[in-house]
Ligand binder design. Structure first.
Ligand code: GDP
Ligand code: MN
Length: 386
């Protein structure tokens, strides 16, 4: 689960990870009040969306006086900000962060993330921080270094020093960096974060080390033990269909193609997406209704997929194990009777009570396209959309 920069900075403050003074604002009047409360100019106005690349996309601006605060806040609030991370549709800005402007001497990159391969927490850092970090990663990856921390041992003094030296921090600022990194690591572990990224981490011309940006992602599977973090969830930033699906415990991810698919089991869902691709079509979603789905869940799955205007046909691929085919078929028929189907539906069903399931589909009088096996299903779904 992602949170906003302003929320991440609040959490950083609690952990003594240094950040500049700032305040979130939901209107231009609030932005002006925030600037006045900070009592300094320039301030930086930053659009708050769950995506990076705001600087390049025009979502981070300096305001030199009260009038500029009002103009910029007014321009940002309600605008659709497009960055290389939002996709062409962009994201609507609903709040801005007003922060005391800093005079930057140098920008660094610093992040912590879980490395599944080594089963460690990896610190990634670079002297080439700032808005072009993606270019650095692509063209000069040697400028980014990694230090692996064993989660059982925790971050060690020598590792703090290694990061400091390799970042080329000047001696007087070194201690600040050690404290920042030590506390950041503590924050990461205690809150089950999966990613913490500070880009840029800055050294100001007064020699102060600050996290100027903050991007945090939490492991959703651990949120049950962090109620305070869960409260920071912003449903406005999430895909509305994914939010709806999560209410019914459906594993649903919205994708770009036009073949909606409903499958039971994540592995089978992945395989189904592969066969759709192989047949020359593209999946509109990943949808795993789970091994033990109820007919009610099936109905909700159907409704959610039909609500997606991209969907031109639906492929249902079910292996009847815990979820028997007849139960599933009943769920599909009920769903279709309620919602109506506007697109062709190809059904491939195998396993327990398969014959009863097929009979329910046929007897319903609804227009399902039956598929014999997986390759037959793929061919039929491709024909339906192409
Ligand atoms: P991002 O583009 O979404 O990652 O947003 P950032 O928070 O990283 O801001 C983008 C860039 O704006 C930073 O790399 C800085 O160069 C610049 N910036 C942000 N805050 C300040 C500030 O207080 N003073 C100055 N001079 N530049 C800033
Ligand atoms: Mn940034």
């Amino acid at each position: 689960m992602k949170i906003h920069e302003y929320q991440a900075k609040e959490l950083f403050r609690k952990y003594n990870v240094p950040v500049a003074e700032s305040c979130v604002a939901f209107s231009k009047e609030e932005a002006l009040k925030a600037a006045n409360d900070l009592g300094v100019f320039p301030v930086v106005i930053k659009a708050q969306i769950h995506a990076g690349g705001r600087g390049k996309g025009g979502g981070v601006k300096l305001a030199a006086n009260q009038e500029q605060v009002l103009t910029i806040a007014d321009q940002f609030l309600g605008m659709r900000l497009v960055t290389h991370q939002t996709g062409p549709e962009g994201k609507i800005v609903r709040k801005v962060l007003v922060e005391a402007g800093q005079s930057i001497d140098k920008e660094f990159y610093l992040s912590l993330l879980v490395d599944r391969h080594t089963e460690k927490i990896v610190i990634m850092a670079s002297q080439a921080g700032g808005i072009d970090i993606e270019d650095v990663a692509q063209k000069t990856p040697e400028k980014i270094f990694k230090v692996y921390v064993d989660p059982l041992l925790g971050i060690q003094g020598y590792q703090l020093r290694e990061v400091g030296f390799r970042l080329g921090f000047p001696a007087p600022a070194m201690k600040q960096l050690y404290g920042l990194l030590f506390n950041l690591y503590k924050f990461f572990v205690e809150n089950d974060a999966s990613l913490v990224e500070i880009n840029p981490l800055i050294l100001t011309s007064e020699g102060v080390v600050l996290a100027l940006d903050a991007k945090v992602d939490f492991d959703s599977n651990a949120l049950y033990r962090h109620k305070d973090i869960l409260e920071l969830r912003d449903l406005d930033e999430e895909d509305p269909l994914e939010v709806e699906a999560s209410k019914y415990n459906l594993n649903y991810v919205n994708l770009d193609g036009n073949v909606g698919n409903i499958v039971n089991g994540a592995g089978l869902a992945m395989a189904t997406m592969d066969i759709i691709k192989n047949a020359g079509a593209a999946p509109a979603n990943f949808m795993d209704v789970g091994g033990g789905a109820t007919s009610e869940q099936v109905e909700n799955a159907f409704r959610i997929i039909l609500a997606d205007p991209k969907v031109k046909a639906i492929l249902i691929n079910i292996f009847g194990g815990i979820l028997r085919c007849d139960i599933f078929a009943k769920g599909v028929v009920d769903a279709v009777k309620k919602t109506g189907i506007s697109v062709p539906v190809v059904v491939r069903m195998r396993g327990t009570n398969m014959d009863e399931g097929k009979k329910i589909l046929i007897d319903s009088g609804l227009n399902f396209i039956n598929a014999f096996d997986l390759s037959d299903a793929a061919a039929k779904i491709a024909a339906a959309v192409n």
